[in-house]
Ligand binder design. Sequence first.
Ligand code: BES
Ligand code: MN
Ligand code: MN
Length: 462
Amino acid sequence: MQNIQSYVQEHKDRFINELFELLKIPSVSADTAYKDDVIKTASEISKSLKDAGCDAVEICETPGYPIVYGEKIIDKNLPTVLVYGHYDVQPADPIDLWDSPPFEPVIKKTDIHPEGAIFARGSCDDKGQMYMHVKALEIMTKTNQLPCNVKFMIEGEEEVGSKSLSWFVERNQDKLANDVILISDTGMIAKDVPSITTGLRGLSYVEVEVTGPNRDLHSGLYGGAVANPINILTKMIASLHDENNHITIPGFYDKVENLSTEERAEMAKAPFSLDAYKKSLDIGAVYGEEGYTTNERNSIRPTLDVNGIWGGYTGEGAKTVIASKAYAKISMRLVPNQDWEEITELFKNHFENIAPEAVTVKVTPHHGGQGYVTPIDNTGYKAASKAYQDTFGKTPIPQRSGGSIPIVSLFEKELKSKTILMGFGLDSDAIHSPNEHFGVWNYLKGIETIPYFYKYFTELSK
Ligand code: BES
Ligand code: MN
Ligand code: MN
C-alpha cells in the first residue's frame, strides 16, 4: 500500500501525543468517583473519530456509560468492518507500586521495549490499542486508501462486564450490520513472533460470604467452640481443587471440549521458554492442572481462582477476635461449550452443599460471559494473516488466549459475524497491574498493519 509507512513515520509524534491526552483522563469504570472522567473520555473519542474521517459520529446514551459510534460508508455494495474497543480502564491501585503516576503518561525504555514504552493505565488495555484503529482510519482517509465501509463502536464498561453494550447491541442490529468485527484488545507472542488470537476464555465471577456467629467474638472466650468463618471459608476454598489441581465442583468439566492430540501438538509448536517464563515472574516452578502444559493451562483449560479474600482484623498490631463473617471473590475462566450461567449455578449449589452446618453461606454472581473460538479458514483470518505478513515479514501464529472479552460471543449471536482479534500487546505489558505500558514500536506497528487488513479483507471478499 502507498505511503502507509511514511505517513506513520511523519506523524508518529502526533499519534503518541494524541494518545497521551486520552491516557490523562482517568476513565475508571469500576469506581463512580470517576464518572465525569469516563463520560469526558467518550466525548474526546467522538471528536477523534470525526477528525479521522468518520462522517457520522454519535455518543449513544445507554442505561450506563455511553457508547461512541462512528461510521464512514463509502459504498453500500462494499464490505463493512466493525471496529470494537473500550475506553474504560481498570482501577490504578495499588497506586504506591507505580513508578510514575498512572494518569500522567511517560515514555520509558525497557529491556523488551528499547525504543520506549508508554507507561499509563490503559496504555495497552485498551486505549492505546483502540486508538491504533482511529489512526489507521485517519491514514486510509487522508491517503485515499479506504477500500470499504467502516463502523466504530467504542464502549466504556468492558472492564465491568459490558452490560450496557449488550443492551445496545440487542437494540441496534441493523445499525451495526457488518461483515467482520475487528478488535485489538489482546496480545501477541513477541515482537518478532506475530500471532492472531483465535480464542478467548469465558468467565463466571462470583462473590461468597460465610457467616458464623451473629457478631464478632472474643477468640479466647469462644475460640474452639464455634466455627470461625475465616477458617471455614479457607477450608472450603482449598477443597475446590484436588491433589492434581483438578476442580472438584461436580459437573464442572462435563462440557469442556477436549482437544485432539494433533491440535495439542500444533499448539505446542508456538515458541515458549519455560525458563524465561519462570524468570519473568520470579517463581521457582509453575503450578497447575496435572497433565497439561503451561500454555494449555492458561488457554484451553478452565480454572478457578480466588481474586480477593477478606474478613476479621487486618489493622495494625493484634486483635484477638473471631469474625462473624468472611468473604471472597472468585473467578472461573471457562472454555468454549461451558455455559457461564450453568457453571455459576453449579458453583453455587456445590458451595452451599459443602458448607458445614455451623455456618451459612451466600453466593452472589457478579458477571460472566461465554468463551469464543474462531476458525482460521475464514476471510477475516486470512486477511489478517496477510496483513501481518506484509508488515512483520512473517506468517502470524494462531493462538488461543486465556483472557476474556465476554461480549465477543454476544456479537456472534446477535450480529452473526466473526471477530478477528489483532492484538499488539505483550504479556509483559502489565495490563491490570501497576506500571502498565505499551511499546511505542507495537503501537506504531499496529497502526501500520491495520490498513492492510482492510485492503485484504476487501480483496478477499470479492
Ligand atoms: N483486554 C482484556 C482481555 C484480554 C487481555 C484478552 C489480553 C486476551 C489477552 C479485557 O479488557 C479484560 O481485562 N477482560 C476481563 C474480563 C472482563 C469481563 C472484566 C478479563 O479477562 O479479566
Ligand atoms: Mn481490554
Ligand atoms: Mn482489561
